[in-house]
Design a protein around this ligand. Structure first.
Ligand SMILES: NC(=O)c1ccc[n+]([C@@H]2O[C@H](COP(=O)([O-])OP(=O)(O)OC[C@H]3O[C@@H](n4cnc5c(N)ncnc54)[C@H](OP(=O)(O)O)[C@@H]3O)[C@@H](O)[C@H]2O)c1
Length: 272
């Protein structure tokens, strides 16, 4: 239960999809227990749901999080960041490690609001809910090696984490922050065709999902490049090559590149 006397090891400002995914991962991996995590959200509906489903204490304002913990994850929409510091007068001091996961919001912008805090900017993806996240992160001017280690531990507990230059975080947004959505789109199309060809929907969905998992693991575990893996699946005169020919004719590659470039451009344009 929320109480003003409590302290927590980590607090989330915002309790939406990403915060929930990360909190679920952190609890299931025993990085933090329910009573070591707090979060806040303005709407009572979100506070009640998260408190009852995740068993963590919920608060109304970001200032509650800053007051009750030294490690805060900013997980509100990028458009809400300025309001936190200007309208709500949220402050962080030297004791605070602030991990921002807001797409496109630069470390310098955050440091201009809270110059004494230690900032790490991270770009996770929602697959951290099932401990298969992929995140990039970058430390600000005041972040210490211990801060970086802690952020790495938090993000690694919910998937794969890589330290990158801040300038590369826009590309990370395109690579892993947003690309699961494109893979779901791809999956949805394949499942539709499976159903049209007579497969029960649940069987088609399971086959496609497992194929995505398997393809990812092949890339991570065999050390082969995607091109090598494509070649190893496509025997001349076989079935797969027929589909590859269609995707090549329709230039799927350029469409995918355009989509990822659009994400990167948007992420860059959001930077303040
Ligand atoms: N979704 C992704 O796959 C993904 C991936 C990487 C990074 N991100 C980043 O993660 C951040 C959160 O994204 P999301 O998809 O989780 O958004 P979301 O589901 O819309 O959640 C936003 C949360 O912020 C809360 N909120 C709004 N104003 C607030 C305030 N003033 N103080 C405290 N909490 C406030 C909302 O509360 P209510 O519920 O009460 O409205 C909601 O719980 C974004 O900055 C996004 O760029 C998202």
């Amino acid at each position: 239960m929320a109480s003003d006397n409590m302290t927590a090891k980590i607090g989330f400002i915002g309790a939406g999809r990403m915060a929930e995914a990360m909190i679920r991962g952190l609890i299931s991996e025993d990085v933090y227990s329910e009573d070591e995590i707090i979060a806040c959200a303005p709407s009572k509906a979100t506070r009640d749901r998260i408190a009852s489903e995740l068993g963590i204490a919920m608060f109304k304002t970001a200032s509650d999080i800053s007051r009750l913990t030294d490690v805060a994850v900013i997980a509100v929409k990028p458009g809400h960041i300025a309001g936190l510091f200007t309208e709500e007068k949220l402050t962080f001091g030297p004791k605070h490690l602030v991990i921002s996961i807001a797409a496109g919001i630069r470390i310098s912008t955050l440091e201009s609001y809270v110059p004494d805090a230690r900032i790490v900017r991270a770009m996770p993806n929602h697959c951290c809910m099932v401990l298969e996240g992929a995140s990039g992160y970058s430390g600000g001017t005041r972040a210490t090696d211990r801060d970086i280690e802690l952020v790495d531990r938090i993000l690694s507990s919910v998937g794969l984490a890589a330290e990158v230059r801040e300038d590369d975080l826009d590309a990370v947004t395109g690579m892993s922050g947003s690309s699961p959505a494109f893979m779901y789109m791809f999956a949805d199309a394949i499942i539709d065709i499976g159903k049209k060809n007579g497969l029960p929907g649940d069987v088609a969905a399971d086959l496609v999902a497992q194929s995505l998992v398997g393809a990812g693991r092949m890339m991570l575990e065999t050390g082969m490049t995607p091109k090598e893996l494509i070649d190893s699946v496509c025997s001349p005169g076989g079935t797969t090559i027929e589909g590859i020919k269609v995707l090549d004719e329709k230039d799927m590659r350029s469409t995918v590149c355009e989509a990822i470039e659009a994400v990167i451009k948007k992420s860059k344009s959001m930077g303040g």
